[in-house]
Design a protein around this ligand. Structure first.
Ligand code: SAM
Length: 236
């Protein structure tokens, strides 16, 4: 796969001028030169193979050769809600969920949440989404919602969606939950609690609103591990 570059602009075949950090990355970090081929994407579901025609200090000129729409999205909507873990762990979480094909990520605020507001900054999280898309070839960006309170999150939603939350010590395990799930479930919603766990009242409220609680096994996983495990199980 050619090196992929994100641009937040409409794209179509023809000449294109790339500037800003992506131009710097292309020329100074990847050391690409005229004649080299790259792939541009802007999150519109397409990718745009392009040939570099000129490299200057701050600008790269390319010829976009064509537009292609390879199918790399899941055949259903997958939403993951979790409190953001601290620092690099939240970057890891966002990149891996993007690679898995998650449609939407909802940063949660729960009773035991302990995240600094800076960590929930959407533009920073969106940069991690773009890094994930560059890595996995995805041409649709995972959507990041604003910080959402668990009580309002778990009581909203449609009755026909599959809603599952991870909570240690449940009788139902993840594997049997997904085995019982119907392939016709077009919208799957997954929630993971904070480092301190969901409170009993938070779990009870969710169950009252149609959520099912599952165990991920006898070991306690970190937030990002739990979210990745449960999202990966939903994808297969
Ligand atoms: N002491 C907390 C508790 O008992 O809930 C541990 C919280 S854990 C670090 C963070 C979140 O990951 C939990 O709220 C849950 O959603 C999920 N999680 C971690 N390990 C799990 C497991 N074995 N089964 C189900 N959920 C798990």
């Amino acid at each position: 796969m050619s090196e992929r570059f994100y641009v937040n602009l409409p794209l179509c075949p023809g000449p294109f001028l790339l500037d800003g950090p992506e131009a710097h990355h292309l020329a100074a970090v990847c050391r690409l030169r005229p004649g080299d081929e790259v792939c541009l994407f802007n999150g519109d579901g397409h990718e745009y193979p392009a040939r570099i025609t000129h490299v200057a200090r701050r600008e790269i000129t390319l010829e976009i050769l064509r537009s292609a729409a390879p199918q790399r999205e899941l055949p259903f909507t997958l939403e993951v809600a979790a409190p953001l873990p601290k620092g690099d762990r939240s970057q890891f979480l966002i990149e891996k969920l993007t690679e898995l094909g998650v449609t939407t990520f909802v940063p949660l605020k729960c009773g035991f949440s302990n995240t600094h507001p800076r960590e929930t900054k959407r533009d920073k999280l969106e940069r991690h989404v773009i890094e994930g898309c560059k890595q996995c070839g995805r041409n649709v960006l995972m959507r990041i919602e604003g910080l959402t309170d668990w009580a309002s999150y778990c009581t909203r939603g449609k009755p026909d969606e599959l809603r599952v939350l991870a909570h240690p010590g449940q009788a139902e395990d993840l594997a049997s939950f997904w085995r019982a799930a119907s392939v016709s479930d077009q919208r799957r919603v997954i929630a993971v609690g904070p480092e301190g766990g969901f409170t009993a009242a938070e779990v009870a409220l969710a169950i009252q609103h149609g959520w099912q609680a599952v165990s991920l096994g006898p070991r306690i996983l970190r937030v990002e591990t739990a979210a990745i495990v449960i999202a990966a199980a939903a994808c297969v």
